[in-house]
Design a protein around this ligand. Structure first.
Ligand code: HEC
Length: 252
């Protein structure tokens, strides 16, 4: 028992780190693994903007195509690098040594990142890059200090900066008007990109949805199976209960 407590105590800080630090506010990601259209869009964004640096080496193209209802020809034409087979693992051509020299850190494989970092963290991270001229790529990140990754979605999101801005803190209960307060150290958009803030949030939502799917492709199947198991147990309970009554009838 003591050992068990020691183990749990040892895990607490690890979980806190996995959650990305304790005092940073994370925006909630309402993951929806049943929304195939969202997962398909997420896969497309991933292949276009992330795959060059981050592999998904525990996943295969044909598995993703099957799970997300993407016809294999479409997948091959649009989402798979040339000279790659549909049954291949989703690796990329970047050598880890090069990544380390170019970015100061090797871009990690992201197959399991949604399990390690959690969807809320990812959703916040990808929306929290801000301009910082002191950094090699001119950007820093509010949830990942001094990150080595450039803001590859900056063209879509626009220029986000950190500074003083009016922030909504609530609503006036009488008039229904928004109450704002000037706050320092907040992120705000200095210039819109090709997407509106709402569209950008949607795109990141889809991307994180896809990463959550990749981290556990069996999740939907597991849940579906779970209902059948519960149904089986419920039905099985009836004969077992009757049998139990039958066995004990003469004993009592
Ligand atoms: C130009 C290369 C490059 C591209 C493209 C890129 N990244 Fe990164 N990414 C990096 C590097 C380098 C790191 C490691 C940063 C560090 O450790 O400081 C990183 C780190 C990350 C991390 C943190 C991983 C962890 O747990 O520490 C996540 C999540 C991530 N990237 C997601 C993405 C997503 C999603 C995309 C596509 C929108 C993307 N990246 C595109 C280079 C890239």
């Amino acid at each position: 028992m003591k050992k068990l407590f020691a183990l749990i105590a040892a895990m607490v800080p690890a979980l806190a780190i996995a959650a990305g630090g304790s005092n940073i506010h994370l925006d909630e990601h309402k993951t929806d693994l049943y929304d195939k259209a969202s997962l398909q869009r997420g896969a497309q964004v991933y292949m276009n903007y992330c795959m060059g640096c981050h592999s998904l080496e525990h996943s295969r193209y044909n598995r993703v195509a099957k799970d997300l209802d993407i016809p294999e020809e479409l997948m091959m034409e649009n989402l798979v690098f040339p000279d790659t087979k549909i049954g291949s693992l989703m690796t990329n051509a970047m050598r880890p040594e090069d990544g380390k020299v170019w970015f100061g850190a090797t871009p990690p494989d992201l197959t399991l990142v949604a399990r390690v970092r959690r969807p809320d963290w990812l959703y916040t991270y990808l929306r929290s890059f801000y301009e910082d001229p002191s950094r090699p790529w001119g950007v820093n990140n509010a949830v990942f200090k001094d990150v080595g990754m450039p803001h590859v979605l900056a063209g879509l999101q626009g220029r986000q900066v950190k500074g003083t801005a009016q922030v909504a803190v609530g609503y006036d209960t009488l008039t229904g008007q928004e109450i704002t307060e000037e706050k320092d150290g907040v992120l705000y958009l200095a210039e819109e990109g090709t997407l509106t803030p709402k569209e950008y949030d949607r795109l990141v939502f889809d991307l994180v949805n896809f990463l959550t799917y990749v981290a556990e492709p069996i999740a939907v199947e597991r849940q579906r199976l779970g209902w059948w198991v519960l149904l089986f147990l419920a039905i099985f309970f009836v004969p077992v209960y009757m049998l139990n009554k039958e066995f004990w009838r003469d004993v009592k």
